[in-house]
Design a protein around this ligand. Structure first.
Ligand code: FE2
Length: 296
């Protein structure tokens, strides 16, 4: 695929229609399947006790560890029986309005390609491991599955008000980097946390980050970091609470009052916050990724 495809504004590859869907999933070779298996095994060393129980149950229900990159059609059949969702292959990040349209119709667009051994530890563009391992298990939870559909529907309204940045922060702090309070402690349900080995431990146990009870208005005013560990995570009490906070929100009123830029820095703790842990921010203060700072 030519390099300019990956720069904004996104250019649609010639063989795709307006839905941006690949006609079929990539055919993976045995090296690709081995990369999936190795990534899967690495995550399973750190996830028990740290991943949300709904996520671990979802991995089990879909049997994503049966070996090799999962077949989207078979996986969608299982997922469809549970919550009516399907997983559809896309070549890369797709435009916001197309992404929202798929979510609103209970289709999760997943990157078709898998990372290489050279990019085993970190890739910028989400691949099939991030998208399927990270996101799809949560779609087996009926309430979370409904939340994802509502998020898709909310996208169009955010575009009308030109407040996509704010809605993007909600996705970031829930779907990608969300934490949930369970009876035996704080667990991760966000795909960005669960698809890599470092942030699972950092997000749930390190002393650096803030952990704050999620408030949708506050989160939508908060900046976030794309290429490093988060200075702050937002914690939900249940998926029902997340769903309610979102669907019951009067987004028209919210968007009318929301400034175009973020109000709060990503490490800020503000006076209205219900704080679970106030972080030391040691990791950030030592310079974060690239400085050799330990994620403590
Ligand atoms: Fe993601």
């Amino acid at each position: 695929m030519p390099a300019e495809v990956f720069t904004a504004p996104l250019q649609r590859p010639g063989h795709l229609g307006e839905d941006w869907l690949e006609p079929k999933q990539t055919e993976y070779d045995s090296d690709d399947d081995a990369i999936w298996d190795d990534l899967f095994a690495r995550q399973m060393e750190v996830l028990p006790g740290r991943a949300a129980s709904a996520f671990l149950a979802g991995l089990d229900k879909l049997d994503l560890g049966r070996g090799g990159v999962p077949d989207f059609a078979a996986m969608s059949e299982d997922l469809g029986k549970l919550t009516g969702w399907s997983v559809v292959p896309v070549p890369m990040l797709i435009p916001d309005h197309v992404f929202f349209w798929h979510l609103a119709n209970r289709r999760f667009p997943a990157g078709n390609f898998i990372r290489t051994r050279e990019t085993f530890d970190y890739i910028q563009e989400p691949d099939v491991f991030h998208d399927v391992f990270g996101h799809v298990p949560m779609l087996t939870d009926p309430t979370f599955a409904d939340y994802m559909q509502e998020y898709g529907k909310a996208g169009w309204k955010a575009m009308r008000y030109n407040r996509l940045k704010a809605l993007g922060a909600l996705y970031w702090y829930t779907v990608e980097f969300g934490l949930i309070e369970e009876a035996d402690g704080i667990k991760a349900y966000g795909a960005g946390i669960l698809s890599g080995p470092t942030e699972v431990v950092y997000a749930t146990q390190a002393e650096s980050p803030n952990r704050i009870i999620l408030n949708v208005d506050r989160v939508m005013r908060t900046d976030y970091v794309i290429s490093d560990l988060q200075p702050t995570y937002f914690v939900i009490e249940s998926f029902e609470d997340l769903y309610r906070q979102t669907v019951e929100r009067d987004f028209d009123r919210l968007y009318r009052n929301l400034p175009p830029a973020f109000t709060y820095a990503n490490s800020a703790v503000i006076d209205v916050d219900n704080v679970v842990n106030r972080g030391t921010q040691e990791y950030l203060l030592r310079g974060g990724r690239g400085s050799g700072a330990k994620p403590v």
